[in-house]
Design a protein. Structure first.
Length: 229
């Protein structure tokens, strides 16, 4: 059953069903339900899966024959986190920055026209992105791990520009210093606060004042380099 093999792939990659469904633009619970109940997955969704996860062997997915992953060295895995309102750009040169060269996201976001990137990333048919940086820390593990690259779109109006439940690159004021992380942002029960949620279950949710957010960018995609022997 194709849906069961999709479940095997998700488990092998250490991706949450929420993140996997989000990357496909599928409704929440649609893939997990198909896997658990052994139901069929539409051909249009399967096409998206094979396009977005190039290390997945299409022959294995459809027939169960052969190996799950295509053998290759230094194969990059791309995950996208698209909103339904996103419009893909056919081609774009996305600047890759080294965060260690800056004092935080604030100077990075505020001075992009005068900054020299480490390199440029070109991936067709992604939503418009403003830049890319390397991830550090394990708050979003296993969806993201330290060393992955996240591609982002800067949010100019922090108070009114948040899409609840989406993943963000965020800079938070911590006693005058800027703490940088990647988190889901949810509504908070506290007035004037937002709830920061991690993929890693060992990290607790935190409510912070929205005024402490110094810089914010919506994560549009991530890249992981898989060194496979």
């Amino acid at each position: 059953m194709v849906s069961l093999r999709v479940g095997e792939y998700i488990e092998a990659k250490g991706i949450s069903y929420y993140a996997f469904e989000n990357s496909l633009g599928a409704s929440r619970g649609s893939i997990s339900k198909a896997v658990k109940e052994g139901k069929s997955i539409g051909s249009n969704v399967l096409e998206k899966i094979m396009a977005l996860y190039p290390d997945l062997n299409p022959h294995w997915l459809l027939t169960g024959q052969g190996t799950m992953l295509l053998g290759a060295k230094d194969t990059p895995t791309l995950q996208t986190f698209n909103l339904k309102t996103d419009k893909p750009v056919e081609t774009q040169q996305i600047p890759l920055y080294d965060l260690e060269a800056f004092a935080g996201l604030v100077p990075l976001f505020g001075n992009v026209k005068n900054l020299q990137p480490v390199d440029y990333i070109s991936i067709p048919h992604l939503p418009k992105c403003d830049g890319a940086v390397y991830v550090k820390g394990d708050s979003m593990y296993p969806l993201l791990k330290s060393g992955d690259i996240v591609l982002y779109k800067i949010i100019e109006d922090i108070n009114n520009g948040i899409f609840w439940g989406e993943m963000y690159l965020i800079g938070i004021d911590m006693g005058g210093d800027e703490y940088i992380s990647v988190k889901y942002i949810h509504r908070s029960d506290k007035q004037g606060h937002v709830k920061l949620v991690s993929e890693n279950t060992f990290h607790q949710d935190n409510d912070i004042e929205i005024g402490r957010i110094r810089a914010l960018a919506l994560v549009k995609a991530s890249i992981r380099l898989n060194a496979m022997k």
